[in-house]
Design a protein around this ligand. Structure first.
Ligand code: ADE
Length: 313
């Protein structure tokens, strides 16, 4: 494993793929160790490339972040959060993009990730218009399983949306893009606040403003969108959309599956602690309560990551 980002002498960037000089650390990869193919995605300060590690022929997605841009836009912390969150999540879950290597050269940071060859959930929903109840149940169950794992590791994603749910070659989801994640420190994980319970002010208890259940709200929005093909909350501007969220101004279209409707209504709850699944493990409203909702009555949670994906419809 080589997850440390360390300073190195710059590698060669020439298109001729001249091998850069050895830097005396034989196991440190550089971009020249990869055959780079097409661009899979582009963000404002990063691109994702299809790449093969020459030594093993293993295929990866390499996220390349431009250091100059990160520094100019003061986004270096975002990149570090992304790397730290991925490192904390380790190799631990099939529904989360794995970070294999991280390295850098003079110009760029490189994150070598699982490749997800079937694109974004967003594209799938757009292409299909909406998803069947069976598909929606399958993908949302995988998302729940991945969320439970990352929350257990003290990582709150905070930007769960269909664009950040990639689909691998077996049409299983892989959660990506941890740049906006919140990594809880161990003290917070253990007690949820730093201080002494008998004396802590309510705003400090509540200032846990981003809690795990922000991701549960997003889950509710995604279930709504998969079933109906529309956003739960959408206005003509970001401001108007946020107004709708604030007033919980949404409604279900005719024919919306009744079990899905009940689930969404139990997730899109204003009080974060009252959302289905938001309770501490072992309490009546824990993730097990969410898994037991009747929308998931046909879900085989044990086979979630080994069964064949239902046909897309
Ligand atoms: N786009 C962004 N990240 C990706 C990944 N890991 N695999 C495929 N496409 C991507």
């Amino acid at each position: 494993k080589q997850l440390g980002i360390s300073n190195e002498t710059p590698g060669s960037r020439s298109p001729s793929k001249t091998r850069s000089k050895s830097r005396g650390r034989s196991n440190q990869l550089t971009i020249d160790d990869f055959n780079v193919g097409e661009t899979l995605g582009e963000g404002s300060y990063s691109i994702v490339l299809d790449a093969r590690l020459i030594r093993t022929s293993q295929r990866f997605a390499i996220k390349v972040l431009d250091k100059g841009y990160l520094i100019r836009k003061q986004k270096m912390a975002t990149a570090m959060v992304e790397k730290n969150a991925l490192m904390r999540l380790g190799a631990g879950h099939p529904g989360i993009v794995k970070l294999y290597y991280a390295f850098q050269d003079e110009w760029s940071l490189y994150f070598v990730l699982d490749i997800a060859t079937n694109g974004e959930m967003q594209s799938l929903i757009s292409r299909m218009g909406s998803l069947s109840v069976t598909c929606s149940q399958y993908y949302s169950a995988q998302l729940i399983d991945a969320l439970q794992y990352m929350h257990g590791k003290g990582v709150i994603h905070r930007d769960i949306k269909p664009e950040n749910l990639l689909l691998d070659q077996d049409m299983r989801i892989k959660v990506t893009d941890f740049g906006t994640a919140k990594i809880l420190d161990h003290a917070m994980e253990a007690e949820k606040f730093v201080g002494t319970a008998q004396y802590v002010a309510p705003e400090l208890v509540e200032a846990n403003e981003t809690s795990e259940s922000s991701d549960l709200w997003a889950l509710g929005c995604i279930v709504y969108q998969m079933i109906s093909g529309r956003f739960a909350f959408s206005g003509l501007s970001e401001y108007l959309t946020l107004q709708k969220v604030k007033h919980m101004d949404y409604s279900f279209p005719e024919g919306f599956d009744e079990d899905a409707k009940d689930l969404v209504q139990k997730l899109l709850v204003r009080d974060p602690s009252q959302r289905l699944g938001a309770g501490e493990p072992g309490t009546p409203n824990d993730m097990q309560a969410l898994r037991s909702h009747r929308f998931f009555k046909d879900t085989n949670w044990e086979e979630l990551w080994t069964m064949h994906a239902p046909p897309v419809e």
